[in-house]
Design a protein. Structure first.
Length: 557
């Protein structure tokens, strides 16, 4: 069985055979078996048709010998070409004057305008450049390529053996998805004649293509969320998924697999119960419906327009949505937008919550050495374990909410005027709470730990000295750090007996030793070997008294 050849080789066989070349010479020139050449020549004869000619490029880069599919170069002896040649697909063809030679076995010449630059393209592919960069380089004056990018891309795909995969179209059920993007709006010419650029927020429900547009001056997070809320109110419900671009107002870290939304945007999604999904960076086809929607607004509603104020532009957009965008027959769905929205999509939207999302300001704040963070000139306490760290602060004019780096709640304070402190008692370490803050009741209870005399002395001292006695009471408690409790107790007893209610009196009594503990009393000994019994002394006293009485009687007589 004959070998199966590519079309370019078959065409070369038939073209050379038409010029009178023998099968042996054709086989030697093309590097194929002679029987294979004879097989294809025999097939052409049986078909009774002229040998097919190879297609010529639009720029004349590829041409066949004369008499086969167009004019060719002059032939030398035995029909051999006389111009410089290059081998392409096993076929000997003239060398183009504008393109260098190269090995392109298996690549068929076609009408591509990029074909004359094929060797230059191969060189750039070997440098690791992609089709877009190659097209940019070829379009420079140095190379003079005037064709399209798509011609370069198709040729690159052939040279690298690759091919483009078809883009899969994704359609959504009613109420499942909405896509959001921004585009440049119409200029605003104020009364002072100054020109300001506006931006158009655009959201499209993916099923019905019902849209909403709003012009703004700045793409901030607050403006973005406010536009979303206005769109939800315009639709009368919520789509379950919101596909957005990686705009800075919403995405703090772009990542296709695990994007990081701004904390305020996350709270917004939780409030409305929706999922916000950023697209893959630099991949606009992931939100193709809104890409076309923004172009539609720019080219249809706003092209050639200018307004005197932002409110005027928004009134125009709202009227355009209802009069033009809603009434059109969409090119993909083949249905009227407002009809499809009313009949199918609106009943499938999730209901709106009872209230709107309360917009707030937020920022990272450092915890100072005193355990407070500063927000709008006021100071708010946090637990001591966050000292020196950075935490998130949110404020809305009424409350200040503090969160850690993982957005876990730390504390809530009522917002204070600038210069004021809001300190919660639970945020203060016990070691940092002074006795004065704790109060006299707590201090008197601590005095009980010394003894009853100390408690009695402290109570009487507070009655006499009043508020000044609070510090004296603290000084009394500090004495137990240096002296034994019995010494302090005895000093309090002695001082109370003398009406001395100063701390220095207690210190002097302790230092002079007069407040030493009272010596223990022992029972009196009733009998002792060297001491007469008490009865003897009693008898002696009675005898003495009796003798004294008799002497006095004698004197009287």
């Amino acid at each position: 069985m004959a070998n199966q050849l590519k079309m370019a080789e078959v065409q070369a066989i038939l073209a050379l055979h038409g010029h009178g070349w023998s099968d042996r010479r054709i086989a030697r020139e093309l590097g194929i078996h002679r029987e294979t050449v004879g097989h294809y020549v025999q097939l052409a004869r049986q078909a009774g048709s002229k040998p097919a000619s190879a297609p010529t490029g639009s720029d004349g880069a590829f041409s066949m010998p004369k008499g086969v599919g167009g004019a060719g170069p002059p032939l030398g002896p035995e029909g051999a070409p006389t111009e410089p040649q290059s081998a392409i697909g096993g076929l000997t063809v003239p060398k183009p004057a504008s393109a260098p030679t190269g090995n392109f076995d298996g690549i068929e010449a076609n009408n591509s305008t990029a074909w004359p630059w094929r060797e230059r393209i191969v060189q750039k592919l070997q440098q690791g450049l992609h089709a877009r960069r190659i097209y940019q380089d070829l379009s420079s004056p140095e190379h003079g390529y005037g064709g399209s990018y798509y011609s370069v891309r198709r040729l690159v795909a052939k040279l690298t053996g690759g091919h483009e995969l078809p883009v899969r179209r994704m359609e959504c059920d009613p109420g499942e998805e909405a896509q959001v993007d921004f585009g440049k709006g119409a200029p605003i010419i104020g009364t002072d004649g100054k020109r300001k650029t506006s931006w158009v927020f655009r959201i499209v429900l993916s099923h019905s293509r019902k849209g909403y547009s709003e012009a703004i001056f700045h793409q901030t997070t607050d403006e973005f969320l406010r536009c979303l809320e206005n769109a939800f109110a315009h639709f009368g419900g919520l789509a379950r998924t919101l596909v957005i671009d990686n705009l800075r107002a919403a995405v703090s870290k772009a990542d296709w697999f695990d994007p990081e939304l701004c904390p305020k945007v996350r709270s917004f999604a939780e409030h409305y119960g929706i999922a916000i999904l950023p697209t893959k960076p630099y991949t606009p086809r992931h939100k193709g419906k809104i890409e076309n929607g923004v172009k539609y607004v720019k080219n249809n509603a706003l092209k050639g327009m200018r307004f005197s104020s932002l409110a005027e532009e928004n009134r125009h957009l709202l009227q355009w949505e209802s009069a033009v965008a809603d009434t059109r027959i969409h090119g993909t769905t083949r249905q009227q937008v407002i009809k499809l929205f009313t009949e199918k999509e609106k009943p499938s939207l999730m209901p709106l919550p009872a209230g709107r999302f309360e917009l707030f300001s937020e920022a990272l704040r450092s915890v100072h050495r005193d355990g407070h963070v500063q927000v709008k000139g006021a100071y708010y306490s946090v637990p001591p374990e966050y000292l020196g760290q950075q935490i998130w602060a949110r404020w809305d004019g009424r409350l200040v909410r503090l969160f850690d780096q993982k957005m876990r709640p730390i504390a809530v304070h009522a917002q204070q005027v600038p210069g004021r402190f809001s300190t919660q008692p639970k945020h203060i370490l016990p070691e940092k709470i002074s006795g004065i803050e704790r109060g006299t009741t707590w201090l008197l209870n601590q005095a009980d730990g010394i003894g009853s005399q100390a408690r009695a002395w402290a109570e009487q001292m507070l009655k006499i000295r009043g508020i000044q006695g609070v510090r004296v009471l603290m000084g009394l408690l500090s004495l137990k750090n240096k002296h034994a409790r019995p010494q302090i107790e005895r000093a309090c007893e002695v001082a109370a007996g003398h009406g001395a209610y100063h701390l220095r009196s207690l210190r002097q009594l302790i230092e002079q030793g007069q407040a030493a503990p009272v010596q223990q009393n022992f029972e009196f000994a009733e009998e002792h070997p060297i001491i007469r019994p008490l009865a003897d002394y009693g008898q002696w006293l009675r005898d003495a008294l009796a003798g004294q009485s008799s002497t006095q009687q004698e004197c009287v007589t």
